[in-house]
Write a protein of this length. Structure first.
Length: 167
């Protein structure tokens, strides 16, 4: 497991959400924070389920989380309500992966704060010629564009492509 997210001692908040009062007028935001840590296997599966995403086998979840370069979680009163990860080789290729906020906790700035932390990590660790990518959920393309991500068309970059393994 990556040294920057594996230790309980390193579970210190990077953003205390209570200090960002202008973003949170609707909810009582006591004890809410963004923490650099991996989601637990249970949290990861629960978030994917809530988002309507496929649920991988436990062994695959364990392997995926162990190979994560960087991760952040949003905790609302001690419960993980969102997470995001960075995967890749740690130098030339970075993928933003599994950025999820529970539907009932969306529109509170959690996704933005997670992406801010993720992009800061990438800025600090990626080489100047690194390839940074993500697969956007349908309809979220403009949200990711605020971080400089562009949609790949057939132009100079070539089309974005994916291979989905059949069960």
């Amino acid at each position: 497991m990556p040294t920057n997210v594996d230790s309980e001692a390193k579970r210190k908040p990077i953003i205390n959400i209570n200090s960002i009062e202008y973003m949170f007028g609707k909810k009582n935001m006591n004890n809410n924070q963004i923490i650099e840590r991996l989601p637990t296997q249970e949290e990861f599966i629960s978030l994917r389920h809530a988002a309507g995403w496929s649920i991988p086998e436990n062994v695959a979840v364990t392997a995926a989380l162990e190979k994560t370069l960087y991760a952040v979680c949003v905790e609302e009163n001690g419960k993980c309500v969102g997470s995001g990860r960075v995967i890749g080789d740690g130098a030339l290729v970075f993928y933003v992966q599994d950025v999820i906020v529970l539907p009932e906790c969306q529109r509170n700035g959690y996704g933005t704060k997670m992406m801010d932390a993720i992009m800061n990590y990438i800025q600090m660790n990626a080489s100047p010629t690194a390839f940074i990518a993500l697969f956007s959920a349908k309809g979220m393309e403009s949200w990711y564009s605020r971080y400089g991500f562009i949609e790949r068309s057939i132009g100079n970059l070539g089309p974005g492509m994916a291979f989905l393994k059949k069960k």
